[in-house]
Design a protein around this ligand. Structure first.
Ligand SMILES: *Cc1c(COP(=O)(O)O)cnc(C)c1O
Length: 391
């Protein structure tokens, strides 16, 4: 028996499959929407129509499942939101769900708008406080706990093993949005998670040129069949070209995530001293409330996401935003280029995010360029008034 290949090798070679006909190293893109039925009524590989499945998906699905480990299975979706909402829409009316209050805002908004009309009993709680989780869970009624760790945009850390233990004792599943950590740093199935979701738009693809999502399950059970059926019949599927781009992006996942994590740690440590900042929120800093759990739960780094809070409040935050030259002012995260955004104005008036906060997605540029850009922007913002138009 050969020793099993490490995840880095599987990712670099996209599972190492070679096309048996041509010998091609890069997989084929299967554009066909339909498949030939044989004279006896059967199909070549059981495939009928591409809304149900497409061979091009499988390169990315099998690779992501092997990176998340635990014998998991994966289904790609048209976006991260299509993936996350497929999980919630596979629940039944009346089901009680506990959702972390610190959460990607798009999902919080969807749950507030549609969770109720779907008949779900959605309760937002502080998932980092295990006593709160214990008292909020209702055995026999709670079907799902939804966790994001590190969580947007304070990078709050949830203890996955502890939350899974509480949930399973009460007969509930745990779904983890692993977009920010990626399987490079955290594999939630190892801590007991039942479902893992990704916005593959972010680190998995990594080049800010593709919208995609994925749901993974620890085991193929009836709930998983409902999620797959939702994709097949609801139709929130990915185009074959997008699926192909995703497998290509994932080949460099480990390099990108390790580089972004190392740079983010350097930047967070350096900025920790800056007089214009009242806080640097990064789980890699010992001062972060989730640091100890993160050190246990994340391997090889603390991720590429950090936030800063300005002493001078919203005005100074906007001035810093206006002054950067290397960072790009844009939403989203996990791309090769570094991004900065004023999160509360992005999320709108109902946002719980403090207005003195800027969210940074660290890319793979030279860290000294990023640090110099931020320091120059912080210095100029503390000296100059806010430019009109960014108010
Ligand atoms: C972006 C994001 C999503 C939504 O993904 P889309 O691909 O934009 O639909 C969900 N969760 C997290 C943590 C995200 O950052």
């Amino acid at each position: 028996m050969r020793r099993p290949l490490s995840p880095e090798t599987l990712a670099a070679q996209a599972m190492g499959d070679i096309d048996p006909v041509s010998g091609a190293l890069a997989p084929f893109i299967h554009l066909s929407t339909n498949y030939e039925q044989l004279a006896d009524g059967s199909y070549h590989q059981g495939r009928v129509y591409t809304r149900a499945d497409n061979p091009t998906y499988e390169y990315a699905e099998q690779l992501l499942a092997s990176l998340e480990g635990g014998g998991s299975r994966c289904a790609l979706f048209a976006s991260g939101m299509a993936a996350a909402t497929a999980v919630f829409q596979s629940l039944l009316p009346g089901d009680h769900v506990l959702v972390a209050r610190m959460l990607y805002w798009g999902l919080r908004k969807w749950l507030a708008e549609f969770g109720l009309t779907w008949g779900l009993d959605v309760e937002f709680i502080d998932m980092t406080d295990l006593a709160v989780v214990e008292s909020a869970i209702r055995p026999g009624r709670t079907r799902l706990l939804w966790v994001e760790t590190p969580a947007n945009p304070t990078w709050a850390i949830t203890d996955l093993a502890a939350v899974c233990k509480i949930a399973h004792a009460a007969g509930a599943r745990v779904g983890v949005d692993n977009t920010v950590a990626t399987p490079v740093l955290t594999r939630p199935f190892e801590f007991g998670a039942d479902i893992v979701v990704h916005s593959a738009t972010k680190y998995l693809n990594g080049h800010s040129d593709l919208l995609a999502g994925a749901v993974l399950t620890a085991r193929p059970d009836p709930f998983w069949e409902r999620i797959r059926s939702w994709r097949r019949n609801g139709g929130a599927v990915l185009g074959p070209f997008e699926a192909w781009l995703l497998q290509r992006g994932m080949r460099t996942l480990f390099l990108r995530v390790h580089r972004a994590s190392a740079s983010a740690l350097t930047i967070a440590r350096q900025l920790g001293e800056h007089r214009s900042l009242k806080a640097v929120l990064y789980p890699g800093l010992p001062a972060h409330p989730g640091h100890e759990i993160a050190a246990r739960q994340m391997q090889g780094g603390f991720g590429g996401m950090l936030s800063i809070r300005l002493v001078g409040g919203a005005e100074e935050a906007r001035a810093v935003l206006a002054a950067v030259q290397v960072f790009k002012r844009a939403t989203s995260l996990g791309g090769v280029e570094s991004l900065i955004e004023h999160r509360s104005s992005m999320e709108g008036p109902s946002s719980p995010v403090p207005d003195d906060l800027l969210r940074l997605s660290i890319g793979i540029e030279a860290p000294e360029d990023l640090l110099a850009d931020l320091e120059a922007a912080l210095d100029s913002a503390s000296r100059s008034p806010v430019p009109a138009g960014l108010n």
